[in-house]
Design a protein around this ligand. Structure first.
Ligand code: AMP
Ligand code: MN
Ligand code: MN
Length: 320
């Protein structure tokens, strides 16, 4: 059984790198921190490797132990979390050089790039998969571990509101609440608190937001210059794509963000019901989940907008 194999590899390893996808969100960070605490509880001394740590998640237990890079070149074991493919992995060199690799993820587009792969595309968050794994390992999910896991679940479910939330999500949350985990504080920090830079970016994306396709699509953008002007740091753009989806009648929200002042944009898409945005992003070499996905597209804002809108238009025409 895969989980026995994972346990076996953990037991054997002296050096372990814990990694997640680049531009990490709350689920990626929660997963790295939770897995690392679990490994420490199993007597290991893992390295939490995240090259750019978003400031809004610094409150999480173990965040102070995160390193941007490591001196170890060849880890006994590397564990990739919440990451669908090697290209998107932050610290991929540690993964590629490791003697053994494990992938734990919930993306339907996962390429199974580890020696051992534990992928459940119906799980609402990678952190929810970890609950099952830690329970199988008979680990006690206590305060710190619970806090990290919940931060991931709350982020990826938009605060328990997206499709995919399971009865187990609530049962687990209730159990943590009983153990004294401060659920409302995590919720507040992970979802309700904006950095000032994020708030300034929000003002810009709102003023630029176009409503297209008979009110079914929103489109907006930020440039590298915007980010510079508002002193944005890693992660300060998170959540901006969600704004468009909340507008009545909107089925697809599109948010594009310039990368490194180049003619290259990171596209983020969200959908409400019928449109599978993962399928659309897959056409451009990206992926994700049916209602939340992303990809990278070269071009000017207008070119990128046109490319993506064409596919969204097709998807709206051809949906069931
Ligand atoms: P984002 O819009 O960046 O919040 O991403 C939404 C979802 O799509 C997340 O689950 C990401 O992991 C996934 N995703 C974003 N960009 C890509 C990409 N280039 N390739 C594969 N998956 C992606
Ligand atoms: Mn993620
Ligand atoms: Mn996730």
């Amino acid at each position: 059984m895969t989980l026995d194999m994972i346990l076996e590899e953990i037991k054997k390893a002296n050096t372990i790198a814990v990694l997640a996808h680049e531009s990490p969100d709350g689920d990626a960070i929660g997963s790295v921190l939770a897995m690392s605490i679990a490994l420490e509880n199993m007597g290991k001394n893992p390295d939490r490797l995240i090259s750019e740590f978003p400031r809004k998640f610094k409150f999480l237990p173990g965040a102070e132990k995160v390193k941007a890079s490591s001196d170890i070149e060849k880890y006994d074991l590397a564990i990739a979390l919440d990451c669908s493919d090697l290209r998107r992995l932050d610290g991929k060199e540690y993964f590629e050089n490791a003697k053994k690799t494990i992938v734990i993820d919930h993306h339907g587009t996962n390429t199974m790039f580890g020696d051992i792969n534990f992928v459940n595309p119906v799980a609402p968050a990678c952190c929810e998969i970890l609950v099952g794994i830690f329970t199988y390992f008979e680990l006690d999910i206590h305060q710190d571990l619970g806090t990290c896991i919940l931060a991931g679940i709350i982020t990826d479910t938009g605060g328990f509101k997206y499709q995919g939330v399971t009865p187990e999500t609530f049962e687990f949350t209730a159990e943590l609440l009983r153990k004294g985990v401060k659920v409302s504080e995590i919720y507040e920090q992970a979802l309700e608190t904006r950095t000032r830079s994020n708030f300034e970016l929000l003002k810009r994306i709102l003023s630029r937001m176009e409503i297209l396709e008979d009110g079914k699509v929103t489109f907006t953008y930020i440039t590298s210059q915007d980010e510079e002007e508002v002193n944005a740091e890693a992660g300060d753009h998170e959540g901006l794509v969600e704004v468009g989806r909340g507008v009545e009648g909107v089925e697809v929200s599109i948010f594009i963000r310039q990368i490194d002042k180049e003619l290259k944009y990171k596209v983020s898409m969200r959908s409400t019901n019928d449109v599978n945005v993962s399928d659309i992003c897959y056409l451009f070499g990206g992926g994700g989940h049916p209602r939340a996905a992303g990809c990278l597209i070269q071009g000017t804002i207008e070119q990128v907008k046109e490319k993506i809108l064409k596919e969204v238009h097709n998807a709206l025409e051809h949906r069931k």
